[in-house]
Design a protein around this ligand. Structure first.
Ligand code: NAD
Length: 318
């Protein structure tokens, strides 16, 4: 039974999951937060640790290490669980393993009577979101991946620095696979309502279009750099997930570049991939279609092809 409490369940209490939980607590985003992990002891320890910060927060959040039946009245289930790649293991082997991990998670959640929204962060996120959709049998509007939300935030930060503007006034998106084939449709990158390309043209040589290619490369390789320096990325994705959950719980109709199931949009179907979507309490209210240039269309097609091939490697598992 649903109550008026905003309830979120997190599955996977590793670095990403707990960065999300910490951001949720600090931003007072929900009333109840349940932590689930195959390592129950870890989930218990994490719940204790977060609860001990409550006295210093402005939140009355109830936080506990729970079980899958706790999903029955949850609004959102966020999945950050996963097994890392072992040396010598192929991508297909890893995908197969993570499909089984997801089966062990999604089945008990749907059996609990959960009727909310799935939000997936585990990588490869476009494929894992598609798997969640297949395993749950949910309406695809209620199965969302973090997609290129984090990548778009990285872009807004870097572009804001370059043009000396607040990232919150930069409206620019990374779309496509959350991975090497993602790209930036520069024809739609704006500062307020002014195209970035015009700003560069009118800068009397102070700004240079060639710098945009460098920014795009820096966005694409940001995760590699962070992983090399500190083994994993987690704060940024934790905040990106919190932003998406806020848009759902607050019924915001906010635009975020989540991984969504395409059904003819951008001429594509049968896959999950990062595109700008309007997010509200029902999940994906609608997918926004940009008018891409011919070059951007080709890049998007190529990215879709790669994501489809990746999903194709485990499609016979369903
Ligand atoms: P981690 O190893 O620290 O945490 C993974 C957690 O999943 C562990 O606590 C583990 O016990 C748990 N787990 C494993 N199997 C489980 C199961 N069957 N049921 C419940 N829990 C289970 O990893 P991390 O650094 O937190 O990363 C988590 C995932 O997020 C990875 O797939 C990573 O690639 C991905 N990630 C995504 C983005 C993005 O932008 N989408 C960014 C960073 C990381």
């Amino acid at each position: 039974m649903k109550t008026d409490k905003r309830k979120v369940v997190l599955v996977g209490c590793g670095m990403v999951g707990m960065s999300f939980a910490y951001a949720m607590l600090n931003q007072n985003t929900c009333d109840e937060l349940v932590l689930i992990d195959v390592d129950k002891k870890r989930a218990i320890g994490e719940a204790l640790d977060l609860n001990h910060g409550l006295a210093f927060s402005n939140s009355h959040m109830r936080i506990w290490a729970g079980e899958y039946h706790d999903c029955s009245d949850a609004d959102v289930v966020v999945i950050c669980a996963g097994i890392p790649q072992k040396p010598g293991e192929s991508r297909r082997e890893l995908l197969k393993k993570n499909t089984e991990v997801f089966r062990s998670i999604i089945d008990p959640i749907t059996e609990s009577g959960f009727n909310g929204i799935f939000l997936v962060a585990s990588n490869p996120v476009d494929v894992m979101t598609h798997i969640t959709y297949r395993l749950s049998g949910f309406n695809p509007r209620r199965v969302i991946g973090s997609g290129t939300t984090l990548d778009s935030a990285r872009l807004r930060y870097m572009l804001g620095n370059y043009i000396h503007s607040d990232p919150r006034s930069v409206h620019a998106y990374v779309i496509g696979e959350h991975g090497d084939s993602e790209f930036i449709p520069w024809s739609h990158a704006m500062l307020a309502t002014k195209p970035i390309l015009d700003i560069i043209d009118e800068s009397n040589g102070l700004l240079d279009k060639s710098e945009l290619g460098k920014i795009e490369e820096d966005v694409r390789t940001a995760a590699y750099k962070i992983i090399e320096a500190k083994r994993a990325t987690y704060y940024g994705i934790g905040m990106a997930l919190t932003r998406i959950v806020k848009a759902i719980l607050g019924d915001e109709n906010s635009v975020l570049t989540v991984s969504a199931n395409l059904k003819g949009e951008y001429g594509q179907s049968g896959l999950y991939i990062g595109v700008p979507c309007v997010i509200n309490k029902n999940g994906i209210q609608r997918i926004l279609e940009f008018n891409l240039t011919e070059e951007e269309k080709l890049k998007f097609e190529e990215s879709c092809k790669i994501v489809k091939e990746n999903f194709g490697e485990i499609a016979d598992e369903f």
